[in-house]
Design a protein around this ligand. Structure first.
Ligand code: UTP
Length: 297
């Protein structure tokens, strides 16, 4: 086997989603819909396009709707067939997953992203793997993870998706240090979780796509708590800088932070405008609404 092949992806979905309370009292954030597909479906589609074969979900209490989502619905499929709703039947079929392709593992307490990834260690074993955070939805020609896997096949090491953020926003992200941040593949010499703008090594931020060597899981063994009292994935990846190397990958595409309300609304508008069946009506609405809002502000 090509030892730079990436077959497995971890989807950490055990967070509390507090920014979407009260909805997330009973709806997992990842099931919330962008137009008509749950966030998790976008993540799965991206992973499939990148050639992922095993999908590992790190879940927690209250996420059963997410687990159920991946079951086939023979009764619904039969009903759509009976009513000749062929297009809808195809949409439904496109969400089917092979039996055994999905594994669920439990994070019993929300101790942070690093801890969630570590929970999947036995299912990963000794091979490099991907991590996808479904809250980060990335629109683009080619799936972000596929772009990264292609780049990883050239350079190996560990790779994190990266994008420039305004300097005053560095404290919302893991930030990369590098001597040259202008290339698509950026060799990293430092990684800092949520630095203040004054101490940030650059404005190149890590967002929710990673390709990691299994050594990161070893670094997470017994890892202490980092910023925010959580086990930080960034800290474990930073240990790889001198060992196997870490690269930032400046992906092509637009990232929406669907873990925040503003980002989720922006994604809804952007994805709505990109849909042929919705575009005209939505555009007409925005055309009327926006000038009046601008004038009123
Ligand atoms: P977030 O930082 O967005 O946290 O996690 P959250 O709990 O989902 O949402 P808020 O901040 O309370 O609104 C980033 C990703 O890491 C996962 C989340 O599910 C999300 O996909 N995560 C986070 C875990 O799986 N376990 C954790 O302990 C923390």
């Amino acid at each position: 086997m090509n030892d730079r092949r990436i077959r497995k992806a971890i989807f950490p979905v055990a967070g509390l989603g507090t920014r979407f309370l009260p909805a997330t009292k009973s709806i997992p954030k990842e099931i919330m819909t962008l137009i008509d597909r749950p966030l998790i479906q976008y993540a799965i589609d991206e992973a499939r396009e990148a050639g992922i074969e095993e999908f590992i979900f790190v879940t927690s209490r209250g996420k059963s709707a997410l687990e159920d989502y991946f079951d086939e619905s023979p009764a619904l499929a039969a009903e759509l067939d009976r009513k000749n709703k062929t297009e809808l039947a195809k949409v439904l079929e496109s969400t089917n997953m092979d039996s055994g392709a999905i594994a669920y593992i439990r994070q019993t307490r929300p101790m942070g992203l690093g801890h969630a990834v570590w929970c999947a260690r036995r299912l990963i074993g000794d091979e490099a793997f991907a991590v996808i955070l479904p809250d980060d939805v990335i629109a683009g020609q080619t799936s972000c993870l596929k772009q990264m896997i292609d780049a990883y096949q050239q350079v190996g090491g560990n790779m994190v998706a990266a994008m420039q953020v305004p300097k005053n926003k560095t404290s919302d992200y893991g930030i990369l240090g590098a001597t040259d941040t202008s290339q698509r593949i950026v060799p990293v010499n430092a990684m800092v979780e949520k630095p203040s703008p004054e101490t940030a090594p650059s404005n190149l931020a890590v967002i929710g796509r990673y390709i990691l060597s299994p050594d990161v899981l070893s670094a997470l063994d017994g890892a202490g708590l980092g910023v925010g009292g959580e086990v930080q994935l960034t800290d474990a990846i930073a240990k790889q800088i001198s060992a196997n190397g870490v690269y930032g990958y400046r992906f092509e595409g637009q990232r929406f932070d669907c873990g925040s309300k503003a980002g989720y609304l922006q994604a809804t508008v952007a994805f709505g405008l990109a849909r042929e069946d919705l575009r005209d009506e939505l555009m007409a609405y925005l055309y009327d609404l926006v000038p009046s809002q601008v004038l009123a502000s």
